[in-house]
Design a protein around this ligand. Sequence first.
Ligand code: SF4
Length: 466
Amino acid sequence: MSFKDECGVFGIFGHPEAANLTYLGLYALQHRGQESAGIASADGEKLRISRAMGQVAEAFDESSLQTLPGHIAVGHTRYSTAGESKLENAQPFLIDCAHGQIAVAHNGNLVNALELRDELVRNGSIFQTSSDTEVILHLYARSRAASVEEALTESIAQVRGAYSLVLLTRNRLIAARDPHGFRPLALGRLGDAWIVCSETCALDLIGAQYVRDVEPGELLVISDGGLRSIKPFPPQPLSHCVFEHVYFSRPDSYVFGRSVNEVRTDLGRILAREAPAGADVVVPIPDSGVCAAIGYAEEAGLPMKMGLIRNHYIGRTFIQPQQSIRHFNVRVKLNPVRSILEGKRVILLDDSIVRGTTSRKIVKMVKAAGAREVHLRISCPPTISPCFYGVDTPSRAELIAATHTIDEIRKYVEADSLAYLSIDGLRQAVGSEQKSYCTSCYTGVYPVAFPRNEQAYLQLALKNVD
Ligand code: SF4
């Protein structure tokens, strides 16, 4: 629950209310990014764009949506994994170049963006943003290829890392997914309209049907002539982000061909077999721990009860009261239910421990509400390494599991016992295609090389917060 999300992308072709449906699609993808939202639309002649800081509901109103006519649109909801949190970095990005207008929305992180950017700057490019996505646009604008698709293929061929892209030209919707398939991207159908989106929950919201995933390494070009699939890149070993299943994606989505709810419930079931504890009740840390807690409770034959209640109405920022209230930051989000916890041996289920500070506060809060014992169970292996593929993780030094043993973490969080799911258990839960998953944040083994100087990379590329 302590990881930040990444980004959500949505695109639609062939619907008279393209911008309105994109707005709704972004609502369904809001969990993937809350810093900014944007939509670009095209009517066959011209592209228009509207972007703003904040959540989708704050970023758009009726009048801003009316400025986005046309039958094609792309949208983006952002959490900044690369680049600062400010409006100029809000996506989609829209440029006009020799190939015409193009807008892009990106989910993922490019590992060679800095190198490419340095080279482009040396050759005279002037960057408007600190986002890695802009690199793709500069490469595209400089391409001398004859067609939009060739120019795009040429530019995408130069980037490495994670990208699920939706792009808009005056008469085309284009979707592209990196050859490793790090981030999800689904293809759907609503009547005659085509949709591409990060998660299938966005299709459900607008009443569209899921058709298939955009395949890793595939470029889908959707125009009045229909849908065309191009596979211009040599195949690479697959590296679907396993953390999409553990935490990021909504449980009502299908991601990498599997129900997130099913996988997450299986994580809990397997964890119950691997790490049982004498207890009276299983309590999830809401919302992200709920599916795994259901699985754990079913397997252990214990009741699962909502012993912690989440306040869903916290804005992005709240004003810290003057006088200090104990554990205010956690308590404003979660409150214990004393009647469930009092006198009980509690299995507390969460999906991760990052720095350990939040887990420690929650364990204390549950004990203060009368729990006799607290057995903390984590539905994934210890997070020991940062992500370079589009997920905002702290540096290695800040990850408690990178520098402490499990027993040291247990003592720090003041739990009576602590256990994580094993890496084998995680692989078992995601199913038969387990070799196709990235598990780098649990293993420290990275499928796509990133700049060696991690510190410099994190400072320069991931976060410019000064
Ligand atoms: S390092 Fe972790 S969070 Fe990043 S892509 Fe791999 S599994 Fe996902």
